[in-house]
Ligand binder design. Structure first.
Ligand code: MN3
Length: 235
């Protein structure tokens, strides 16, 4: 919106005083685009005992914030500024480590915090469930494969449920803050679920017991949100 025109057309003169109506300027559609963290829909302590308050607080306010700030810094003088994060990551140059680490970190954490809930829908709805059964055999088998993939990530990384271009679901994992949108990912697709298996995501509560953290993840994974992502992509 051109603010000067807006003022000319919409400002109200009241007793000689210029009164501007309260307006909200959309942030997503201009070249000054900065990425921000969506607010959590739940409190930091809401996911206990599955994820403890201190871990959530540090994860959201320190790690996620760091990726977000560093992404915005990396984009300050970058031609990709103003593009969506999905577009930036889908066309990423692997040697651009600042965008790779922080753009990935931003996208991955946005997804991770979005799919968690203290009051989750515990299973996928019929449409997604049908695809899971088609592509993995059963819901139990999906969980077994996802657990395997999450457990075997060596060092820091992520496990994913993705929807591939061919319409099939697949499980994959990536190192560091890489993700399946990136053009050099081994398995490419759009993430529906991302499980953070960096130690910062679980170490305070679970120490070396990543398996217990993975089990706990299912207690707070909201399939209603995952359903929504799947349905949007299938439209
Ligand atoms: Mn993390």
């Amino acid at each position: 919106m051109d603010r000067r025109n807006f003022i000319t057309n919409s400002a109200l003169m009241t007793g000689g005083i210029l009164v501007l109506p309260t307006i909200t300027i959309a942030r997503e559609n201009n070249s000054n685009h900065v990425f921000s963290r969506p607010e959590l829909r739940y409190s930091f302590d809401a996911l206990t005992p599955f994820i403890d308050e201190k871990t959530m607080r540090i994860h959201y306010d320190k790690h996620y914030k760091g990726y977000t700030d560093n992404l915005n810094n990396a984009l300050a003088n970058n031609v990709r500024k103003g593009n969506t994060i999905e577009d930036i990551l889908s066309n990423l140059n692997p040697d651009d480590t600042a965008l790779r680490n922080n753009g990935g970190g931003y996208y991955n954490h946005r997804l991770f915090f979005d799919i968690l809930s203290p009051d989750p829908q515990k299973e996928p709805s019929e449409k997604l469930m049908t695809s899971i059964i088609r592509d993995f055999g059963s819901f139990e088998e999906f969980k077994r494969l996802f657990n395997d993939e999450s457990s075997k990530v060596f060092g820091s990384g992520w496990a994913w449920l993705i929807l591939q271009e061919n319409g099939k679901l697949a499980i994959s994992s990536t190192h560091n803050q890489d993700n399946p949108l990136m053009p050099f990912a081994e398995k490419r697709g759009t993430p529906l679920i991302g499980l953070d298996v960096w130690e910062h995501a679980y170490y305070l509560n679970y120490q070396n017991k990543r398996g217990a953290y993975i089990d706990a993840f299912y207690e707070i994974l909201d399939w209603e949100v995952v359903d929504g992502k799947f349905n949007n992509l299938m439209k």
